[in-house]
Design a protein around this ligand. Structure first.
Ligand code: PXL
Length: 279
């Protein structure tokens, strides 16, 4: 009899930024620390994230099919497929094919539609790719947009401040495209920051808000830490709302510690402080 492994594996389709603590550089260690085998598919390589004044990058769209073909030859399949920062709209077609070829019966697709923040697209991120990303909603079980991304994907004008009712309507629009679970992150709610948790079961939806006092300065890469934890917990079949609380507590802890250690804001959060192997 073949012994079944208890370990889960996730394919992480995201960019590799060498410096600045975002995307694969934070998600591989975080998912590993959660006991999940993290298998990267780099969409592009960046010297450092695009929030710095300068960077260099290589788009890997042309290399992805050859890379994925070798995984196909190995007969791989995944419990989870995570999609993050894409470097071209042509990657959407490759990803759709990947989902078809590497899914099992209960494979979970988690989409973090990384494209921008504070009402604008990230420097160098193409509007064409942002538009094309909408096509992935119907394949996704969970999405984790921030306020900017949620507005863009739902075709609603971005405004920093909206009522909870309006954010619920935006989540509903997005969920109607496919994902039963949606968390809209980083909502400005007075002196608090809110995450809207939307879970649809058939036609019924359960909505909750997870509010937290800001733990310090806002930093790049926190969305990647957050959605990495959401993805890991989803594979472990944890309750969605509890995962959101866990992920936002972890991010808050990392932000506070980063300020304490005087880490430059552009360098992201020092999540390593909380993944330590006891020496
Ligand atoms: O954290 C989102 C992100 C991911 N990847 C790259 C980025 C950013 C945000 O700036 O520049 C390359």
């Amino acid at each position: 009899m073949i012994k079944k492994t208890m370990q889960k594996k996730i394919a992480i389709i995201n960019d590799l930024s060498g410096f600045g603590r975002c995307s694969l550089s934070v998600q591989i260690p975080i998912l590993s620390a959660m006991g999940i085998q993290a298998c990267p598919i780099p969409t592009g390589i960046f010297s450092n994230h695009t929030g710095y004044p300068d960077y260099t990058k290589k788009d890997l769209t042309g290399f992805m099919p050859e890379y994925i073909k070798k995984w196909k030859d190995l007969g791989l399949s995944f419990d989870g497929i995570y999609i993050g920062y894409l470097t071209s709209s042509s990657q959407i077609k490759i990803i759709k094919e990947f989902i078809k070829d590497f899914s099992k019966k209960d494979t979970m697709v988690i989409l973090d539609p990384v494209m921008g923040d504070e009402g604008t697209l990230y420097s160098g991120y193409s509007k064409n790719t942002a538009n094309a990303l909408k096509d992935l909603l119907k394949y996704s079980a969970i999405i984790t947009p921030n306020a900017t991304e949620a507005c863009f994907l739902s075709g609603v004008l971005y405004k920093e401040k909206r009522s909870i009712k309006e954010w619920c309507e935006i989540a509903e629009i997005l969920s109607s495209e496919g994902p039963a679970k949606c968390v809209i992150t980083g909502l400005s709610m007075g002196s608090m920051i809110g995450n809207l948790c939307y879970e649809r079961n058939g036609k019924k939806a359960r909505i909750s808000i997870v509010r937290k006092k800001s733990a310090g300065r806002s930093r790049p890469g926190t969305g990647d830490v957050f959605s990495g934890i959401i993805a890991g917990d989803a594979l472990m079949k944890k309750d969605f709302l509890s995962s959101i609380k866990k992920a936002s507590d972890f991010v808050a802890k990392c932000i506070a510690r980063s300020d304490e250690l005087n880490i430059p804001v552009s360098d992201g959060v020092c999540f390593e402080e909380f993944l330590k192997i006891k020496m």
